[in-house]
Design a protein around this ligand. Structure first.
Ligand SMILES: *Cc1c(COP(=O)(O)O)cnc(C)c1O
Length: 427
């Protein structure tokens, strides 16, 4: 496999090795990184330091929703940085106010707080829930097994996967996990201390599992009945990836009562800044003033620069009708993955997800993978690298496709043909 790539010129090989060496010596080794050193990108493609081109179907884990080096993002960065990059939240600035209004318009009546990442946005939701239940002594938040909510101390307590908690005990108290898409289990798990339920509309890290419409509507009714906050983590599945601004809007499309559905709090990040770091959470109107002056804050949150970029991303998504593109091309991609599952049943088990949050589910025992103790998802991803495609593994069996929303049909077709090539090599 290695030898498909011609040996790069000596000087380039030095780049690769010297950059790897910088990491080995100086960067905390908390990531299991792929052996790729990337240097630049253009649209749906990125290039490594040897000049090899990769079709980026992961977009930096659902972040670069307009692909790489988009001129509108570059222009927003340059223009806003000439005016004002940062002043702190001691003052009002126009981009933050305008971005909040754009998000409220797309979600529902409420208000927005700006942070810098997904984990931080979720931290804000945890604080909102604690504030909400404080006078009654309620503080417990139920989250789903296989969920992912970030790597801060409360984030790993909220995340329903043991691997993120291991070695960092004791866990922040006040989180318990319930099986996803199981309404009866949610009801049965409630305690007098429960104050909120937090779920992803589509579980991303957990392996691309959408919530069912019945689960969303059922949780809404349960939370209303028991005076709980219904919180949603839209960090990965939000921002039009499913074809609607938020996944619950897509999941509940055409479902009776669905158009009225709103959570009480919603976190966002990843695609929000199209690659520039920004996070946010939205709070539904009745609770929008719970976090009063002095109760929550962050120095960087909602800088004019981050907000100007996020506004530009929304403008381009609207102008180019990219939500529709995610539905159409995502549907095409999913059908192609289903075709691959039919054609190569010993390798591909099936397709998961919707829009541009998709999963290729691999079979449990692929003979070609038996020699290595790496997961099937990792080995498949590595072979795709050799073929010139970037994807993101989820768990041991699932390879995620999280393409930029402006992916073109011929790029999607190129991706599928290279994925098929890799599959053929495994049969
Ligand atoms: C990525 C992710 C987070 C964490 O976001 P960071 O920006 O990495 O802190 C939280 N929730 C979900 C669903 C995510 O996919």
């Amino acid at each position: 496999m290695k030898e498909i790539v011609p040996a790069p010129p000596a000087i380039v090989r030095n780049d690769y090795e010297s950059i790897r060496e910088l990491f080995t010596r100086n960067v905390v080794p908390s990531y299991g990184r792929f052996e790729l050193v990337l240097s630049h990108g253009a649209g749906s493609y990125v290039f490594d330091v040897a000049g090899k081109r990769y079709l980026d179907l992961g977009s930096g884990i659902a972040v670069c929703c307009l692909g790489h080096a988009h001129p509108a993002i570059t222009e927003a960065l340059v223009e806003q940085s000439k005016k004002l990059i940062h002043v702190s939240n001691l003052y009002f600035t126009e981009p933050q106010g305008r971005l909040a209004a754009e998000l409220v318009k797309r979600i529902g009546a409420g208000k927005v707080f700006f942070a810098n990442s997904g984990a931080e946005a979720n931290e804000g939701l945890f604080k909102l829930a604690r504030k909400f239940g404080h006078d009654e002594g309620r503080f417990e938040i139920l989250t789903a097994t296989n969920s992912f909510h970030g790597r801060t101390l409360a984030g790993i307590a909220a995340t329903g996967q043991d691997k993120v908690k291991k070695g960092f005990e004791p866990m922040t108290p006040g989180f318990r996990h319930i099986p996803y898409n199981d309404l009866a289990a949610a009801r049965a798990a409630l305690s007098p201390a429960t104050v909120a339920i937090l779920i992803e509309g589509v579980q991303g890290e957990g392996g691309v599992t959408p919530a069912t419409p019945e689960y969303l509507l059922g949780l809404r009714a349960l939370c209303d009945e028991k005076k709980l906050l219904l919180l949603m983590d839209g960090v990965q599945c939000g921002h039009y990836r499913t074809g609607r601004f938020q996944s619950f809007q897509k999941i509940l499309e055409g479902v009776p009562g669905g158009e009225k559905f709103l959570p009480d709090g919603l976190s966002m990040a990843k695609s929000l800044g199209g690659g520039f770091p920004i996070g946010a959470f939205w709070v539904r109107a009745p609770y929008a003033d719970l976090l009063s002056a002095g109760t929550h804050g962050t120095t960087y949150g909602g800088t004019p620069l981050a907000c100007a970029v996020a506004l530009k991303v929304l403008e381009v998504l609207d102008r180019e009708n990219l939500a529709e593109q995610a539905v159409k091309l995502g549907g095409w991609l999913k059908a192609e993955i289903e075709r691959l599952a039919k054609t190569y049943p010993t390798v591909v088990k099936g397709a998961r997800g919707m829009g541009f949050i998709l999963g290729i589910e691999l079979m449990e025992k692929i003979p070609a993978f038996a020699a290595s103790d790496k997961t099937a998802a990792l080995q498949f991803t590595n072979r795709l690298h050799a073929a010139g495609v970037l994807t993101v593994p989820a768990g041991s069996q699932i390879v995620r496709l999280l393409p930029p929303l402006n992916l073109k049909l011929e790029e999607a077709a190129e991706g599928i043909s290279k994925i098929e090539e890799v599959i053929k090599g495994l049969v």
